[in-house]
Design a protein around this ligand. Structure first.
Ligand SMILES: CC(C)(COP(=O)(O)OP(=O)(O)OC[C@H]1O[C@@H](n2cnc3c(N)ncnc32)[C@H](O)[C@@H]1OP(=O)(O)O)[C@@H](O)C(=O)NCCC(=O)NCCS
Length: 329
């Protein structure tokens, strides 16, 4: 018999079932990154009053799971979805438990999948490509289960993929006059983080979820993976006007030769002056010198032309595809 159980806390049998499920569901999938289970650990570390996790258990073994998050301002999200193949009906029931919980919390809109500000989106394409740092990785049937649970796709994203083999052998122009392109300075991390946080706030104004508290946690989470050479800052008169955040793919098993770009942006008013090209050229040279074989770009909305056009200058092709879904409570 299948029962759907709330996870009361870390260390309970339900929590063990919740965190074990990906290892069962993804066993034998070489594209899955076992280290991605840190996303669930991270969620359980957060304010537990904002999260409610459910796991479906059959004969003592987990078969499906999901968690509901109350994100504030009437928004609820559902993430950490996992389901065994062939058990879509149980997966759907677990998603509906999450929706019922969010309804009881009075949310007006539900987004999925989203378990934290970085781990967003359901993979809907590029299934032959590996999961990379802080991304989701889903088998194709997950979309069917989410649609059956009443969610609909509201946004489609694509992650450009750049490889060593396709890297162009052209020399990029120097940065525009007055602009310095430099790596982040690890000896002044606090000031650098503050400047980049400020820049991000201006570039991605209105991006959901990135409140100060989340940002501080994100920084703490990313710092262990930082290679300062791979975080590029564009500066004008001592002020950061652009940034390109790239990290080694710390989720890759064994020798790390993949990287992932977490974000790229220039301040409003600074677009189309060659800053993106200059920051990208710096990064590409660093990655090629350090022996990286590929870098996955941050996923961008399919209709967001600028970053995709910029990535094409570096030989990018469309890589993995993701979707954001919504439903009303
Ligand atoms: C993406 C972004 C960083 C590009 O930076 P940029 O400094 O404006 O880019 P560049 O001036 O170096 O442009 C390089 C090339 O990219 C292409 N490109 C840049 N912006 C473009 C646009 N709006 N439309 C079409 N092509 C564009 C062009 O080929 C351009 O060369 P050209 O100007 O000689 O034609 C910038 O548009 C931005 O900050 N966007 C908002 C943030 C964002 O969406 N980031 C991605 C998700 S994290």
């Amino acid at each position: 018999m299948t029962s759907i159980l709330p996870v009361a806390g870390v260390g309970t049998p339900e929590h063990r079932a919740f965190v074990t499920l990906p290892h069962v569901a993804r066993a034998g999938d070489p594209l899955w990154a076992p280290r991605s289970t840190e996303v669930a650990d991270w969620a359980f570390e957060a304010d537990h009053t904002l999260m409610r996790a459910f796991v479906a258990v059959d004969g003592g073994a987990p078969v499906a799971r999901a968690a509901a998050f109350t994100a504030g301002e009437g928004l609820g999200t559902v993430g950490l979805f996992e389901c065994l193949p062939g058990r879509g009906e149980v997966g759907r029931a677990v998603l509906e438990e999450c929706v019922a919980h969010l309804r009881s919390r009075g949310v007006r809109r539900i987004e999925a999948p989203r378990s934290d500000p970085l781990t967003v989106g359901l993979q809907v394409g590029g299934f032959d490509l590996p999961q990379t740092l802080l991304t989701t990785h889903d088998p194709p049937f997950h979309l069917d289960v989410m649609l059956a649970a009443g969610f609909r796709v509201v946004r489609r994203m694509v992650a450009p993929l750049m490889t060593r083999a396709a890297a162009p052998r052209l020399r990029f122009p120097p940065p525009p006059p007055g602009i310095t392109i430099r790596p982040v300075d690890p000896t002044r991390l606090e000031a650098e983080v503050a400047a980049l946080g400020h820049l991000h706030g201006a570039v991605f104004a209105g991006a959901p979820g990135l409140v100060d508290h989340d940002r501080r946690r994100l920084v703490r989470r990313l710092l262990p993976y930082l290679d300062p050479d791979m975080v590029v800052v564009a500066e004008h008169a001592g002020t950061a006007v652009g940034s390109l955040l790239c990290f080694p793919d710390a989720w890759q098993a064994g020798h790390v030769d993949r990287a992932r770009i977490l974000s790229i942006g220039v301040l409003p008013g600074w677009e189309r002056r060659g800053l993106g090209l200059a920051m990208g050229s710096r990064l590409m040279n660093v990655l090629l010198d350090k022996g990286y074989q590929s870098v996955e770009g941050v996923w961008v909305r399919e209709e967001n032309a600028a970053p995709q056009a910029l990535a094409r200058a570096f030989g990018a092709t469309p890589g993995r595809r993701f979707a954001l879904l919504e439903r009303s409570p």
